[in-house]
Design a protein around this ligand. Structure first.
Ligand code: AMP
Length: 429
């Protein structure tokens, strides 16, 4: 590199990589509120938090999610580690949770094991509103020996309770059963045969899917195909007896819990291991990427990862989209300014200010203590800019008398208070 080129290189400005973004205050306060609510609500349902690594052997995702899915074949960030193992940034966390369940012998714990996670996932998708390459999911999994429909209903009830607590607007739960290894292949064959009869009425993508994955044709959003798709056979009419019974009982259990749902026979999952209960939740204000949560039953996944026979059900919420929807509907909390700005002048006042800041913070108030002395006028201006509610004015007079001046910035009024009176006053607000 020439010296000039090297210099130019040195001055290069860095930007976050396409599809990734910085989350900044005050927005991060909303992220924290959402996550705190998840911790609180999920704990009331007996779920414990699991934190799994951000990268795993590529093979784990290939086996769990499926080697021919878009996620694994096109969208993973994969690299060779120095010891020549191939690792990938996680595109989802269900595989990792199942791996952890096996690795830690969790089948020996009281069943079912109820876990939830919060964290970033990575998929190299085309970025757009509500779709990022690093995005965040809040998810939960129930693993164990039972596939009782009440488990499915309770997991769904938990997500809906969480959304309710956040006052998410227009949350709409869509529900379906996609059968099991017994009945689904038969339905898929029937669907394929019916699709072949109407092939000419379908676009090239759907035509291709007749061969590769006929269920995905049901996902089509193309206007021109909707009339044709409406005439196709529905899986609910082709479930085996056990699956039909399970589905009916899930719906009954949801009714018992007062959870409203809409049956959507076109809701499917592309992955083989998904079975029976499948659900998706959409919300307002998100445009085309309006799914905030996807979930379903995946009995057999733990076995696929060389673990013991285990039933499983879970969901993943797209946290970025959840936050977007809350912001769009004005549910974002107002930015939190400081409670108290301490305007101090003089060395003695500084010592008092440091002590006052410590006491106020200990009592839980947000305090701004300027690091260097400022003229009072400038200090009040600064307090205003930071959105402080009060300015505590500490000068020689105040320190000598022990009576401090508290200025309410909204109306400019002032009062004299001792330190205990100040704490008392702020606590009563
Ligand atoms: P999935 O793991 O594909 O079932 O997705 C579960 C949820 O994660 C979706 O309903 C979305 O809310 C969210 N999600 C999936 N992919 C992305 C992405 N690239 N960017 C933002 N959110 C996503």
């Amino acid at each position: 590199m020439s010296e000039g080129a090297a210099k130019k290189e040195d001055r290069r400005k860095f930007q976050a990589i396409k599809g990734t973004r910085d989350l900044l205050p005050p927005e991060t306060a909303l992220w924290n509120r959402v996550e705190q609510t998840a911790h609180a609500v999920f704990a009331t349902f007996g779920f414990g938090e699991i934190r799994v690594p951000i990268f795993e052997p590529t093979e784990l995702f290939a086996r769990a999610v499926g080697g021919d899915t878009d996620i694994v074949s096109k969208e993973m960030y994969t690299f060779e580690d120095r010891d020549e193992t191939t690792v990938s940034l996680r595109p989802e966390a269900t595989a990792s949770v199942c791996r952890a369940y096996i690795e830690h012998g969790m089948q020996a714990l009281p069943q079912p094991v109820k876990l939830y996670y919060i964290g970033p996932m990575f998929r190299r998708e085309r970025p757009q509103k509500g779709r990022y390459r690093q995005f965040y999911q809040i998810g939960a999994e129930v693993l164990g020996g039972s596939d009782a429909p009440a488990i499915d209903a309770e997991v769904i009830e938990m997500v809906m309770t969480f959304f309710d607590r956040l006052e998410l607007q227009g949350a709409q739960l869509d529900l379906n059963s996609i059968g099991c290894r017994e009945c689904r292949p038969k339905y898929v064959e029937l669907l394929r045969a019916e699709l072949l009869k109407v092939k000419d009425k379908l676009g090239p993508d759907s035509q291709r899917r007749i061969e590769t994955n006929p269920l995905r044709v049901l996902d089509s959003k193309l206007d021109s195909e909707q009339g044709t798709i409406a005439t196709l056979p529905r899986i609910a009419d082709h479930l085996c007896e056990d699956c039909a019974k399970h589905y009916a009982e899930v719906k009954h259990q949801l009714q018992l819990r007062g959870v409203m749902y809409r049956e959507n026979w076109r809701l499917v999952r592309g992955l083989d291991y998904y079975m029976r209960t499948t659900f998706e939740i959409t919300a307002e204000g998100l445009g085309s990427q309006n799914a905030v949560c996807g979930g379903g039953r995946y009995d057999g996944l733990v076995e696929l990862l060389s673990g013991p026979p285990t039933k499983g059900i879970g969901f993943a919420i797209g946290e970025d989209r959840l936050i977007l929807s809350l912001q769009e509907s004005g549910k974002a909390p107002a930015p939190q300014g400081r409670d108290v700005y301490i305007a101090w002048m003089g060395e003695r006042a500084h010592a008092t200010a440091v002590r006052a800041a410590k006491d106020l913070r200990k009592a839980g108030f947000s305090v701004e203590l300027p690091p260097v002395e400022q003229k009072f006028g400038k200090a009040i201006g600064q307090a205003d800019k930071l959105g402080a509610r009060f300015a505590l004015i500490l000068g020689d007079n105040e320190v000598a008398s022990g009576e401090w001046t508290l200025k309410t910035l909204a109306d400019g009024s002032q009062q004299r208070v001792t330190e205990p009176q100040l704490l008392d006053f702020l606590r009563k607000l």
